[in-house]
Design a protein around this ligand. Sequence first.
Ligand code: ACO
Length: 401
Amino acid sequence: AIDIRKLRQDTGLITFDPGFGNTGSCKSAITFMNGEKGILRYRGIPIEQLAENSTFVETAYLLINGNLPDRKTLTRTSVMLSDFSLLHEDMKFFYQNFPRKAHPMGILSAMVNALRSFYPELIDLDEDLNFTFLRLISKVRTMAAMAYKISRGHKVVYPRPDYSYCANFLHMMFDSPVIPYQMDDDLVDALNVFWILHADHEQNCSTAAVRVVGSGKVNIYAALSAGISALWGPLHGGANQAVIQMLESIQQEGLSIPQVIAKAKDKNDPFRLMGFGHRVYKTYDPRAKIMKKICDKVLSRCKHLDSLLNTAMELEAAALSDAYFQEKNLYPNVDFYSGIVLRAMGIPTNMFTVMFAIGRLPGWIAQWREDMLDSNQKISRPRQIYMGENIRDYTPIDERP
Ligand code: ACO
């Protein structure tokens, strides 16, 4: 990597890198990725080890603070997450005024921005157990479950202090006064791994959005709200929802697997194989490998094989043996199997990207914090290659052709 700023004498020099595929926008010590070898590490620890041994709360602490917490700190973190889990009662009125069909990602980004009006920013960047960060991690989970309950016209369920972070989410989503939710440890474990796998991924679209917006020194709530908006897109976090919709439409329209592969390869057809391809990974996404195992486990536990899983496996096999996908290094990404896992948990399709957002929150916070602590970091302000008209005179409206 070359620090072009140090080499630059001529202030007119501009690098042209659409999509920033080869631009390092910051220095970071949070997440390491090697796209050729399929390596992902948080703070140096391989994702496989974290998925196997850690909890989402512990991983969140690791990402934000740089090291794994000791037992006492982890307990304090969990207690604080529990203490912060309730939402200001007045915030309920916001939910009631969204149309019932409003997408929960739109609601979530608006609500996170609104949090700033209810809770001050208490940010001491050197503090390990930061109130604002923990409040966000706790309340975003509550807000997401509330959005779901209210969209169904159901009574909001309050969090239980005796439940873990992940169990509490399932409780708030699915418990009801009529049918109490039976907590299933395997589903709690699957959710835990799902969120660990999504917790950070260096300078992806939404994280870059958080950093860019944050670089103007806006409050953290606004920066995270921008990240949620960026994540919503089907080329990014919205892909998990798009994968399920794609698999469903393959089944509904009775398309054969070769027909789907042909559509994905056809340059005149905007269709892409959702859940395939990645800007950085040019091999199997390491998260997808773990997600596939979780998928098998959850579905075998549920004692029914989701027919979408069969379609997904056939599609994966066909794509991996196809020359087009091989030449372009297109492999399944984390979203290819995550939707099936979420479906097995009972999460509705329009909540899939919200699930991703809850998981990505610690990463966004860690990246935002790192940006704030970096005294060399400047306001983000890319340049452009101007391709428009050269100078010309203003034409009064009556003289225009
Ligand atoms: N299906 C078919 N062709 C594809 C696919 C796909 N899923 N992905 C890439 N390609 C092709 C492109 O058409 C392009 O072909 P060309 O060279 O002939 O023009 C080539 O592969 C390179 O693709 P780009 O779009 O230039 O690659 P980029 O790095 O910009 O995009 C992206 C990466 C957005 C992830 C892309 O692979 C894609 O659209 N995938 C489907 C959506 C998806 O799964 N997104 C989730 C990403 S992971 C995440 O955000 C959690």
